[in-house]
Write a protein that binds this ligand. Structure first.
Ligand code: HEC
Ligand code: HEC
Length: 91
C-alpha cells in the first residue's frame, strides 16, 4: 500500500513538472523587432553580415534614455536579439 501511494505521488510530481515546462515554453511573447522603416537598416545589417551580434550593435542608437526608451522593468539588455527575434531570419 505504501508503495502505491509513493508511485502515485511520483506521477503527480512528474505531471506538475511537465505542466510547468509547457507553460514556460508557451510564454515566448517578447515582442519581435518590427520589420518597418525604423528597423530596415537593422534588417539590412543582419542580412549582409548574417550576424545578430553585428545587427544589435545599432539598437542603442535609437533605444536609449532619450529615444524609444526601454520599459522601466526591462530585463538586462545586452544581446537584444537573443530575446527580441527578428521577424525575418537571416539566411
Ligand atoms: C533607426 C532607429 C532604430 C533602430 C536602429 C532600432 N530601433 Fe527599435 N524602434 C524604433 C522606433 C522608432 C520604434 C517604435 C516604432 C516602431 O515600432 O517602429 C521601435 C520599436 C521597437 C520595438 C517595439 C516593437 C513593438 O511591437 O512595440 C522593439 C522590440 C525594438 N524596437 C527593438 C529593437 C532592437 C532589438 C533593435 C536592434 C537590433 C532596434 N530596435 C533598433 C527605432 C529603432
Ligand atoms: C533578457 C531578454 C531581453 C533582452 C536581452 C532585451 N530585451 Fe527588450 N524586452 C524584453 C521583455 C521581456 C520586454 C517586455 C515585454 C515585451 O516586449 O513583450 C522587453 C521590452 C522591450 C521594448 C518595449 C516594447 C514595447 O513596445 O512594449 C523595447 C523597445 C525593447 N525591449 C528593446 C530592447 C533593446 C533595444 C534591447 C538591447 C539593447 C533589448 N530590448 C534587450 C526582453 C529583453
Amino acid at each position: 500500500m505504501k508503495l502505491v501511494t509513493k508511485d502515485l505521488l511520483f506521477v503527480v510530481f512528474a505531471a506538475a513538472v511537465l505542466a510547468v515546462v509547457i507553460l514556460v515554453s508557451g510564454k515566448e511573447t517578447t515582442k519581435k523587432v518590427p520589420h518597418d522603416a525604423a528597423h530596415r537598416a537593422t534588417y539590412e545589417v543582419l542580412e549582409k553580415s548574417g550576424s545578430r551580434r553585428e545587427a544589435e550593435r545599432g539598437c542603442e542608437r535609437c533605444h536609449n534614455e532619450k529615444m524609444n526608451p526601454l520599459p522601466a522593468n526591462h530585463p538586462p539588455k545586452d544581446r537584444c536579439l537573443f530575446c527580441h527575434k527578428m521577424e525575418r531570419a537571416a539566411r
